[in-house]
Design a protein around this ligand. Structure first.
Ligand code: GLC
Length: 451
C-alpha cells in the first residue's frame, strides 16, 4: 500500500512540474507563441497584474534586451532603472538602434527574418504594426492583456488601434507624437508667433542672424521617414491628402501641389541650413538647442531637450505652438511609438512584464517627465508632475494637434509607400521635378505599390 501511495505522489509531482513548465493558461495552443520561458512558476490565471518574477523566489535573474532608437533624453535609462529596481528577478539591458526610423526598421527586419532571439522587446514606429503583424515578427498580446486585466479602454483610441491588425493587438502604445512649432520666446513675442506658412517665412527671414541664430527655421528634409511626416503636414494644411477615406490614392490634386510647393519653397529658402536635405530630428534638434534658430518643426520631446540644462543653451526660452496654417488650416502628422515582443524571444513572460510596465501608467509617467513624451493614457494629462515638466501639454493648441493629427497611409507594405513619397518629395526639393510632376509621379507609383 505504502509503495502505491508513494508512486501516486510521485506521479502527481511530475504532472504539476510539467504543467508549470508548459506555462498552461495561455490557451491557444500555438507552440511558437509560448509565453513561458519555463523558468518561472507563476499563476497565469491571476489578474492582479503582479509580475511572475516579483514573486519568484528562485533567485534566478532573467536577462531581457530592449531595443529602441537612440534616445537623446534620459527617459530610457530612467525607465530601465525603475523597472530593474522593482523587478529583482529580471534584468533589462538597452540595445540602441539607429535614430533614423527607416534604418531602425531595416535592422529589425533583418534580425526577425533570421528568427533571431537577440532582442526581446522593441519599440515600433506607429507605421509598422501592420507589416510586423503580417510577417509574424511580433507576439499577439491579447492573451496577456486579458490575463492581467489591462483596461485597454483607458488608452487613447487612435493610438491603441494603430497597434491592431486583423482584430488583434500586436503592440501597446507607449507615446503619441504630433508635429509642433517650437520657438524662442526671447526672440519671438507671444503675439508674433506665425499663424501661416507665409508668416513663418517672413518672420524666419527677419529674425535670422539675431542673437546667436544662424538660421530662421529648422525642419526634417533628409530623404527618410521624417520627410514624409513634414510633407504630410504641408499637404494637409493646404487641404490635400495621400489616400482618401476609402484608401484610394488621392494625391494628385491642386491642394497637394500647393502643399508640396510651400515645402519646396521653404526648404530652398536662405533661412534654412544649406544642407537641410541631410537633416533628421537629431541634426535639427541639435541646432535648435545650440541656439541656432528661432523656429523648429519637431515632435513634443523637443521641449524636454531644449530645457535640459546639461545639453541646451536655450533653457527657459522655449514656446510651443501649432504648426503654421496653409489655405486649409494647421495640420500635424500623427507619430508615436508602441512596444512589442519579439515572437522569437526566449523570455516572453519577462518581456511582457517590461512591456506592461513601460506602456502602463508608471512607465508612461517616467517617459513624460524625463523624455517629454505625450502619454497614450489620457488620464495622465491631468497628472501634476507631468504637467509641471511639460506645461504645454495643457495648451489647447497642443491637445487639438494631438486629436486632429493626420495619419500616414496604413499598409503592410508601408516602407514601399513611404519610399515613393520620400523619393518624389526629395526630387521636388532638389528641383529635379516640379511639384506638379512630383505629385503625378507619386500618384502613378502609389497606385502600383498599393495593389
Ligand atoms: C517620430 C515619430 C514617428 C516618425 C518619426 C519620423 O519618431 O514618432 O512616428 O515616423 O519621428 O522620423
Amino acid at each position: 500500500m505504502k509503495t502505491k501511495y508513494w508512486l501516486l505522489s510521485l506521479m502527481l509531482l511530475v504532472v504539476v512540474a510539467l504543467a508549470a513548465c508548459s506555462g498552461g493558461g495561455e490557451g491557444d495552443g500555438e507552440a511558437t507563441d509560448s509565453t513561458d520561458s519555463g523558468e518561472d512558476t507563476e499563476d497565469t490565471s491571476g489578474d492582479s497584474g503582479e509580475s511572475a518574477s516579483e514573486g519568484d523566489s528562485s533567485g534566478e535573474v532573467v536577462e531581457i534586451v530592449y531595443a529602441r532608437g537612440q534616445d537623446s533624453t534620459s527617459a530610457t535609462d530612467e525607465l530601465i532603472k525603475a523597472f530593474n529596481e522593482s523587478h529583482p528577478n529580471i534584468n533589462v539591458t538597452f540595445r540602441e538602434m539607429p535614430s533614423d526610423t527607416g534604418q531602425q526598421h531595416d535592422q529589425y527586419v533583418t534580425m526577425l527574418n533570421a528568427e533571431s532571439a537577440e532582442i526581446d522587446v522593441m519599440d515600433l514606429d506607429v507605421v509598422w504594426p501592420a507589416e510586423f503583424a503580417q510577417a509574424g515578427y511580433v507576439l499577439e498580446l491579447d492573451r496577456f492583456l486579458q490575463r492581467d486585466g489591462i483596461e485597454t479602454g483607458d488608452y487613447n483610441e487612435g493610438a491603441l488601434s494603430a497597434a491592431q491588425f486583423n482584430g488583434k493587438q500586436w503592440a501597446m502604445p507607449k507615446f503619441i507624437d504630433a508635429g509642433m512649432l517650437f520657438y524662442r520666446t526671447d526672440l519671438v513675442g507671444e503675439d508674433e508667433v506665425p499663424q501661416t506658412w507665409d508668416d513663418l517665412m517672413t518672420s524666419a527671414s527677419a529674425i535670422q542672424g539675431e542673437g546667436s541664430t544662424e538660421f530662421g527655421y529648422l525642419m526634417q528634409a533628409k530623404q527618410y521617414e521624417g520627410l514624409v511626416c513634414n510633407a504630410v503636414e504641408f499637404i494637409a494644411s493646404y487641404g490635400g491628402q495621400i489616400l482618401d477615406e476609402n484608401g484610394e490614392v488621392a494625391v494628385n490634386s491642386p491642394e497637394t501641389v500647393a502643399g508640396i510647393s510651400k515645402l519646396v519653397e521653404i526648404a530652398n529658402s536662405d533661412f534654412v541650413p544649406g544642407n537641410i536635405n541631410t537633416f533628421t530630428e537629431v541634426e535639427s534638434h541639435t541646432a535648435f538647442i545650440e541656439g541656432q534658430s528661432p523656429y523648429i518643426r519637431n515632435w513634443p520631446y523637443q521641449w524636454n531637450l531644449a530645457n535640459d540644462e546639461e545639453q541646451s543653451e536655450i533653457v527657459g526660452n522655449v514656446g510651443v505652438a501649432p504648426l503654421p496654417s496653409g489655405d486649409a488650416g494647421s495640420a500635424a502628422t500623427l507619430g508615436g511609438w508602441m512596444t512589442a515582443i519579439n515572437r522569437y524571444s526566449e523570455n516572453k513572460e519577462e518581456a511582457w512584464e517590461f512591456l506592461k510596465f513601460m506602456t502602463g501608467p508608471e512607465g508612461q509617467k517616467i517617459s513624460a517627465i524625463h523624455g517629454g513624451l505625450a502619454p497614450t493614457l489620457p488620464a495622465l494629462f491631468e497628472d501634476e508632475e507631468i504637467l509641471e515638466a511639460n506645461p504645454f501639454f495643457q495648451q489647447e493648441g497642443f491637445q487639438n494637434a494631438l486629436s486632429n493629427a493626420v495619419s500616414r497611409p496604413v499598409a503592410p507594405n508601408y516602407p514601399e509607400v513611404s519610399e515613393v513619397i520620400q523619393i518624389n518629395v526629395s526630387k521636388a526639393i532638389a528641383g529635379e521635378l516640379t511639384p506638379e510632376e512630383a505629385v503625378a509621379a507619386m500618384e502613378e507609383e502609389l497606385n502600383a505599390v498599393m495593389q
